[in-house]
Design a protein around this ligand. Structure first.
Ligand code: NIG
Ligand code: FE
Length: 413
């Protein structure tokens, strides 16, 4: 048994069990001159130094760490990434800058389909190495838990190859990695004009194979005009649920196709993107408690209006934030960058953005009981910032104010 005593920190953390929404979205506990007792990587006590000095565990401390008065927050949980891929798409970025639309590039066989060609042509080892590099970079920016989607394989073998590489990243880096099967990311070229045929392949072959290997925790579908219709999305997700997978939807990213309401109706854990979500869609999410995962770096990179985060919070939708890290619509692994956009462009308060990048994002990937807040029983995943309050994450723009990263009580970056 190893007991560590972290002291002399300014601790900012969300608390409590269910995802935070409405006024709670901005509720934080602050411990000035705070301290934490960590036993074998798990938080035993969090409070002021004074309070913790009377805890009996203090007598068994093996190591005392002075946090030098720094601001201490939970490790970021990035609940939506496509960081497993085989090649960048810088050319396509230039095409977008010259005026090409994201969905038009996809229609012409580029975009996601170009990533599919690269993944199919790469070995699992190559994909693993690239993904590990990005994951370790994310870790240095404070991400201690990350979700990663497949979806650049689009056939059974290549989707399993991606999920296997993703599993290795979880085993061979300090990050906790949550895998999502996203065979329904695009319609592969051989099924062009026959989306229903591809849906049948997912149901008949891909989902059973993924379930048999126990290699994914969630299933996600890109519900969008020209990609998967709400009916096709429903069909895939209803089937995925039979295998015990949690449900997610890329909903109303470019057009409002009713994806948010569908996520609510199916009891999905999250609806993601929501740039074009309607008032009805937002109300449906509020009623179901589905977490809205917002991806401001995608709106930034696609130069689209940002999701209506303020309306969502006012209506009582629990809001989380993620990078969407992918080679196309949002190439960033930096949660501090996302934090800054959320505060300065979307109008979240610093407190709301902190809840959205930690507690609510943990709930968006089913890990609300394990991480996302600094409370007894949770993993000791936390960051020390170069600043007095979490506001520094938006204030010191374009750099990372994350000075050190701890995963289960160990310094990992
Ligand atoms: O979340 N919208 C679909 N999927 C990703 C983009 C993936 C890509 O362009 O490679 C997204 O934006
Ligand atoms: Fe995405």
């Amino acid at each position: 048994m190893i007991v560590k005593f972290f002291r002399n920190a300014r601790i900012y953390t969300p608390e409590g069990k269910p995802p935070s929404r409405g006024r709670e979205q901005g509720a934080l506990r602050v411990h000035e001159r705070g301290a934490m007792l960590v036993q074998d990587g798990v938080l035993e006590a969090v409070g002021t130094e004074e309070e913790l000095l009377s805890n009996p565990l203090v007598k068994k401390v093996d190591e005392e760490i002075d946090c030098e008065g720094r601001c201490l927050i939970p490790g970021f949980v990035d609940p939506h990434t496509h960081m497993c891929f085989a090649a960048r798409r810088e050319e396509e970025f230039s095409m977008r800058l010259a005026g090409a639309a994201y969905l038009d590039i996809l229609k012409k066989g580029g975009g996601i389909l170009s990533s599919v060609r690269h993944v199919r042509g790469a070995s699992e080892q190559e994909i693993f190495e690239r993904t590990r590099t990005l994951a370790l970079s994310a870790l240095s920016f404070g991400t201690t838990t990350v979700e990663m989607k497949s979806g650049y394989g689009l056939d059974t073998e290549s989707e399993l190859k991606m999920l296997s590489a993703i599993r290795r990243v979880g085993r061979e880096t300090p990050l906790r990695v949550v895998p999502t099967f996203m065979g329904a990311h695009a319609i592969p070229e051989v099924f062009k004009g026959n989306g229903d045929g591809y849906v049948d392949l997912m149901i008949g072959e891909m989902l059973p194979a993924v379930a048999e290997q126990g290699i994914a925790r969630f299933c996600d579908v890109f519900c969008e005009e020209g990609v998967f219709s709400p009916e096709q999305t429903r069909k895939v997700l209803v089937e995925a649920r039979k295998y015990g997978l949690g449900l997610k939807i890329h909903a109303d990213e470019v057009h409002d196709t009713g994806g948010a309401a569908l996520a609510a109706e199916l009891g999905a854990v999250s609806a993601e993107h929501l740039l074009a979500a309607s008032d009805e869609g937002i109300e449906a999410l509020a009623a179901s408690g589905t977490v809205a995962v917002l991806l401001p770096a995608t709106a930034y990179s696609l130069r689209k209006p940002f999701a209506r985060a303020r309306t969502m919070i006012e209506k009582g939708v629990p809001v989380a934030l993620a990078t969407d890290c992918n080679p196309g619509s949002s190439f960033t692994e930096s949660m501090p960058f996302v934090f800054g956009l959320a505060v300065l462009v979307m109008g979240l308060t610093v407190e709301e953005a902190l809840v959205a990048t930690t507690k609510n994002s943990a709930h968006a990937i089913g890990l609300g009981a394990e991480c996302g807040t600094l409370e007894p029983g949770k993993n000791a995943d936390f960051l020390l910032l170069d600043g007095e309050t979490p506001a520094v994450l938006a204030y010191h723009a374009g750099v990372s104010p994350v000075k050190s990263v701890f995963k289960k009580g160990e310094r990992v970056a």
